[in-house]
Design a protein around this ligand. Structure first.
Ligand code: GUN
Length: 287
């Protein structure tokens, strides 16, 4: 079997066109959705990510501001900036790019963001809301993965989903979203014994580790849906995921490529969350 490709770029294009339409409708009612992106320090990967986020806003008609600060910024200074953005009516979503320089406590900074503007879905209130199935912002990468499953008509109910990785940004929220969709969920991590034993049982396999080729063809059940969240570089410096794409492609039913898979969907869901945040201000409901 040769897997079908889940094209994250094509799906993103379609969803971003909907965002642009909805943003225009909101703007006509006097609310232009606005995102503030805060970058502290000069991490090269973070600079590329934030540039892409700001560019995506411009392409869909969202207002955005990029605030860049030197790595020497103090925590009180950063907290004061976040508070000012919390109070800024032109800003509906606030994103503080991670990782932060080590002298800044990321959890305190994230907790200072108003949950109503937490479009990354990283705030404790958002994480708690996800855990108990209450409305709130969902982290962008896992919600993008759910959209990809939906786009191919993959219904998680009753399926066995196996996630490799237990990060707060991807692995754990991914598990919660799949659980709420009534999948049977297994989370594997660095201390898991016999990883392949678990992955071979997966109808839906999500790799979110950050290590090249952690998933090979022999670890995948025939016909499985394989979602690759990894962003790594191969020996030639080319972008690649966590999955041995060429090998797994011959076994899986569906597979996401890297690049052009999950990556564009993460930014797309950030736009969707920002739009929702703006929409909620109009409805007057701060869920
Ligand atoms: N660093 C890597 N991914 C993300 C993300 O989705 N949001 C933020 N704020 N920082 C990140």
């Amino acid at each position: 079997m040769t897997a079908q490709i889940i094209d994250g770029l094509a799906l993103s294009r379609q969803l971003r066109a909907e965002v642009a339409q909805r943003a225009a409708a909101l703007a006509a009612r006097g609310v232009r959705p606005g995102l503030a992106v805060v970058l502290v320090g000069d991490d090269p990967a973070s600079q590329i990510y934030v540039r892409n986020k700001v560019k995506a806003c411009a392409e869909t008609g969202l207002h955005s501001v990029l605030e860049r600060y030197p790595a020497s910024m103090t925590e009180p200074e950063l907290l004061a900036r976040v508070r000012a953005l919390n109070d800024d009516p032109a800003i509906h979503g606030i994103l503080v790019q991670l990782p932060l320089p080590s002298h800044l406590a990321a959890h305190r900074v994230i907790e200072s963001i108003s949950p109503a503007k937490d479009v990354d879905g990283f705030h404790l209130a958002s994480a708690g809301a996800l855990m108990i199935g209450q409305p709130g912002f969902r982290p962008c990468t896992p919600s993008g993965c759910m959209k990809m499953l939906e786009s191919i008509g993959c219904e998680p109910r009753g399926k066995h989903a196996v996630i490799i990785g237990r990060s707060n940004i991807v692995g754990k929220p991914m598990a919660m979203l799949l659980l709420h969709a009534s999948a049977t969920v297994t989370i594997c991590h660095s201390a898991t014994r016999d990883l392949a034993h678990h992955t071979r049982q997966a109808d839906i396999l999500v790799a979110a580790v950050g290590r090249r080729n952690i998933v090979s063809a022999g670890m995948v059940k025939s016909g499985a849906v394989v979602i690759d969240v990894g962003m790594n570089r191969d020996d030639q410096g080319k972008l690649c995921g966590d999955v041995d794409f060429a090998g797994v492609r011959e076994v899986a039913g569906w597979i996401t490529p890297v690049p052009g898979g999950v990556g564009p969907m993460t930014i797309t869901m950030l736009l969707v969350n920002t739009l929702e945040a703006a929409q909620r201000t109009l409805a007057g409901s701060h869920r």
